[in-house]
Design a protein around this ligand. Structure first.
Ligand code: BES
Ligand code: MN
Ligand code: ZN
Length: 498
């Protein structure tokens, strides 16, 4: 959706639909409506229409000049914070997107429940862009709204600079969130490893000037001794791809902080010989969501001129069955030299990540983050709403949790204990790739990964198996399909909230 900023009432006055907001009934009236005439008209109507102004409640009426007006409830003043605003705007978008308006204008400052004009404009933009997302390329009948853009009227010319900057930042973040969603929603026959790498390369070339791209295939991975990664690819019709992106800020010095990210890019997970039953296999195109998430965050951070050096490593393959696929009981030597007994070929994500983490540590980052749809156990532990975080440095984990909190995304730490490290030891090899069935699956997976983090790098692992898709409780996410969550949190970490 195109967002147009308006600092004089020109577009607002002419709009087919004017959108304004207010708190709930018994609280101070939101006195920041730009149109005082409209405001007094609404005051008169409000009680007769029994409109209470609770969060997401709507009232449509005809304004004093015959225009259509939508009043939106922001709810109780003390609860009306950033997330409430995102949700209210999302519901507003849902309410109007199927209506036949040609032009829509929002009185943005009437929605300023965060007491910061630029922040309010940023949040409105963010929510509109996330809410108007659709994955409709395979639909003949697309439900495109009749209006082509939404005008945000900011009745304060002095705020122009700050608002423009904040809105541009939100546009960069949400175009990246939506890019992540597109990748995750794409079908596995279209977005296989080779096509995926090409899609990333094309996006970098088009949108991320100055970012270095290196794409590695089977021959390069063999040279790098990434045998765990290759073992997952052994049954595939497509070559493995490791995409290595590097961003260096313009003002980099030798003290510039370096953050590396690694993403699980399983374009489809059949389970391999440890085959998933049909019902559990459905939806496994989303098993590359970790890589799409770290790429989305990388993209947004680069567009918003992050002050940090950022390395992004995406491990791409599918996990397929064929006569050449890896058999359970195989023992494979990792890039770091540890031998791994592969008892279950469905625990494949950790194999790809293991070699990628070891490779990432060689880039000498100060901080390391990986994101992956790694375990079904994560859904058992934390549901589909909460992202799990584990790692080797509580300070770094807490920092990430704070970024999540700031972005209103749920993230909770799970422990790694010595007993679970022991659970990943094999009798005949250094490690095995599964722990005790049905016991702490998310944490034993992280305990496995920990063996591949070296050089004292501070590492955090994000299991996004739950939050990666179908967030029916969030009105700014599609109820079915890729969520794009965690991109905002990681972008915040990569730009330090700037
Ligand atoms: N991609 C799956 C994890 C997953 C499962 C994510 C369901 C979302 C929903 C992963 O590769 C996997 O299959 N993990 C196994 C590990 C087990 C064999 C130790 C799992 O969770 O069952
Ligand atoms: Mn699997
Ligand atoms: Zn998987």
């Amino acid at each position: 959706m195109k967002i147009e900023l308006d600092f004089s009432s020109e577009h607002f006055d002419k709009a087919d639909l004017k959108v304004v907001a207010c708190y709930q009934k018994d609280e101070t009236f939101q006195g920041s409506w730009s149109d005082k005439n409209l405001m007094s008209h609404f005051k008169g109507l409000r009680s007769s229409k029994s409109f209470s102004g609770s969060a997401g409640e709507f009232m449509t009426f005809t304004g004093p000049e015959g225009e259509t007006v939508l009043a939106v409830g922001l709810g109780a003043k003390k609860e009306a914070k950033a997330e409430q605003l995102r949700k209210t705007i999302a519901k507003t978008y849902q309410a109007i997107s199927s209506k036949k308006f040609k032009t829509v204008a929002i009185d943005a400052l009437s929605f300023n429940c965060v007491n910061d004009k630029a922040k309010a404009a940023e949040l409105i933009t963010e929510s509109l862009q996330m809410s108007s997302y659709t994955f409709d390329k395979y639909l003949a009948n697309k439900k495109t709204p009749t209006f082509k853009k939404i005008c945000l009227f900011i009745d304060d010319k002095k705020a122009k600079k700050a608002v423009e900057k904040a809105v541009e930042k939100a546009q960069n973040v949400t175009s990246s969130v939506n890019f992540t969603r597109d990748l995750v929603n794409e079908a596995p026959n279209v977005l296989h490893s080779e096509g995926y790498a090409k899609a990333i390369e094309a996006d970098v070339k088009k949108n991320l000037k100055g970012v270095k791209v290196k794409v590695m295939g089977k021959a390069e991975l063999k040279k790098e001794k990434m045998n765990l990664f290759l073992s997952v690819n052994a049954g595939s019709a497509f070559g493995p791809r490791l995409v290595h992106l590097t961003y260096t800020p313009k003002k980099a010095t030798k003290n510039t902080k370096h953050i590396a990210m690694v993403g699980k890019g399983l374009t489809f997970d059949t389970g391999g010989y440890s085959l998933k039953p049909g019902g559990s296999m459905m939806g496994m195109k989303f098993d590359m969501a970790g890589s799409a998430t770290v790429y989305g965050a990388f993209r947004a951070a680069v567009l918003n001129n992050s002050p940090y050096k950022i390395t992004c490593i995406l491990g791409m393959t599918d996990n397929a069955v064929s006569s050449t696929a890896t058999m359970p009981d195989s023992i494979v030597k990792a890039r770091n030299g540890l031998n791994v007994e592969i008892l279950n070929t469905d625990a494949e994500g950790r194999l790809v990540l293991a070699d990628c983490l070891d490779y990432a540590c060689d880039q000498k980052p100060d901080y390391l983050i990986d994101a992956a749809t790694l375990t079904g156990a994560c859904l058992v532990a934390l549901g589909s709403q909460v992202c799990a975080v584990l790692g080797n440095d509580d300070k770094w984990i807490n920092e990430l949790r704070n970024h999540a909190k700031k972005q209103d995304e749920y993230m909770w730490q799970l422990p790694i204990i010595p007993e679970w490290r022991d659970d990943m030891k094999s009798q005949i090899a250094d490690l095995k790739n599964i722990g005790t069935a049905g016991r702490a699956g998310t944490a034993t997976a992280a305990a496995f990964l920990e063996n591949f983090v070296k050089n004292d790098v501070k590492w955090a692992h994000l299991d996004i198996a739950g939050v990666g898709d179908s967030q029916a409780h969030l009105p700014y996410c599609p109820s079915k399909g890729a969520s794009g969550l965690i991109v905002r949190t990681l972008h915040d970490a990569l730009t330090n909230g700037k």
